[in-house]
Design a protein around this ligand. Structure first.
Ligand code: FES
Length: 147
């Protein structure tokens, strides 16, 4: 079996929604402690709906494919639905990632959550802080690599 699915290759070669949004309503930026890669997500929100989402990344191909897929999955959705997006759902939508690349998809999920948190903070919208717990990258790494 090929290392990467056709969907991963497609989203890596032709990533959707790359770029920035000048008057974004929420911006989230996260770094991956393991590899040093960076992900930035921009959200445009109208009446609680994500009308536009863009991303920029200094990340590997799996991070690019994950972010491209993740942005497609949340555009047109409500902010509450977007909050429920998990990296597992993104991986499934990509028909899987190799085990040692799963952490790359976490970058997209976390950047989206950070951007939503930024929006909530700016607009004094109350939220459940539990939903914004930082992923422990060491734990994730250990889980994936069995260390
Ligand atoms: Fe860093 Fe994939 S190796 S995001």
């Amino acid at each position: 079996m090929a290392l990467y699915s056709e969907k991963v290759m497609d989203h890596f070669m032709n990533p959707r929604n790359v770029g920035s949004i000048e008057d974004a309503d929420g911006i989230g930026e996260v770094g991956n402690a393991k590899c040093g890669d960076i992900m930035k997500i921009y959200l445009k929100i109208e009446n609680d709906i994500l009308v536009d989402v863009k991303f920029e990344t200094f990340g590997c191909g799996s991070a690019i494919a994950s972010s491209s897929m993740a942005t497609e999955m949340i555009i047109g959705k409500s902010i509450h639905e977007a909050l429920e997006l998990t990296n597992q759902a993104v991986c499934e939508a990509l028909d899987g990632l190799p085990a040692h690349k799963v952490h790359c998809s976490v970058l997209a999920e976390e950047a989206i959550k950070n951007a939503l948190k930024d929006y909530f903070d700016k607009n004094n919208i109350p939220y459940d802080a539990e939903k914004f717990k930082e992923t422990d990258h060491d734990e994730l790494h250990a889980a994936v690599h069995g260390e």
